[in-house]
Design a protein around this ligand. Sequence first.
Ligand code: F6P
Length: 343
Amino acid sequence: MRIGLLTSGGDCPGLNAVIRSAVLHGIKSYGDEFVGFKDGWRGLIEADYLELSRHDVRGLSRVGGTILGTSRTHPYNHPGGGPENMIRQLERHGVDAVIALGGEGTLAGAKRLADEGLPVVGVPKTIDNDLDATDYTFGFDTAISIATDAMDRLRTTGESHHRCMVAEVMGRHAGWIALHSGMAAGAHAILIPEKRVTMDRVCEWVEQVHSRGRSPLVVVAEGFIPEGAEEALAGKGTESSGRPRLGGIGEWVAARVEEHTGIETRNTTLGHIQRGGNPTGFDRVLATRFGIKALDLVHEEAWGFMASLSGTEIVKVDLTAALTGLKTVPMQRYEEAQVLFGR
Ligand code: F6P
């Protein structure tokens, strides 16, 4: 078969490992040929692609980003998009099937296209780990490792200056990165979108830690909104699209903490550093296994399905399962982290 790969949405460490394993498995096990569409759906719609050989994917599992480039092009809204045009493009260029790597939006697009006749399978990705129907997504472990390392560093400078340190991490809708990195780094407060907490409470926690001679460490997910602060924050933390903006809430929380407690406070927004660089070993393995599974799904002609992690097994799930809603942090997991706080 001749198979097209594309990466769509925000990049994520592990995308290249998926590309590598799918290509190597396909060439070795099935005698497949591969092309890589550039910048997500745009490359397919505009037939902008490169041939991918064994040589092209050599050593890729350890490399961050995506060699194919990515974009947030919508397969239906882009000029020349839509299933009929896209199927015609595939036929014209002799491509038999597509493996689409992406988050919720990409997978929703892939499902709709599969329902309308495009031979496509999916691979889930997001550093936020908020996709349902897979236990973990690659990129998440890398993000936690980066955020944990950053907080370890913030702690030593914070302690030297007797300051409160705030770290803003990614997580627009779900607080998985904040929860896991906060637990790993021993943060004194973990602020996530799923748990409303007032700023008074946050300041109380900070004061308790400070009064014991410690330097308080607060991790805040970018999608956190303090209880009672909706009005004060209205418009501040959002882009024109209405989407929460990176770099808003950490600064805001730090300013309020300093104002109300008198404790000198600094914020660090980790931003895209969490998405860049090389994937961890865990993410390389998960991504590699997803690539192998996706390739097998193509040969099963399991259009509209995706690779997924269930426990330790890589399984096949219907793409609709990925679209039933975001996987947010259950309160029991949040409470588990609270148990350790001797504030
Ligand atoms: O969805 C992944 C994610 O990394 C979010 O955590 C973050 O809000 C967003 O992407 C940032 O997107 P962009 O790179 O488009 O600014």
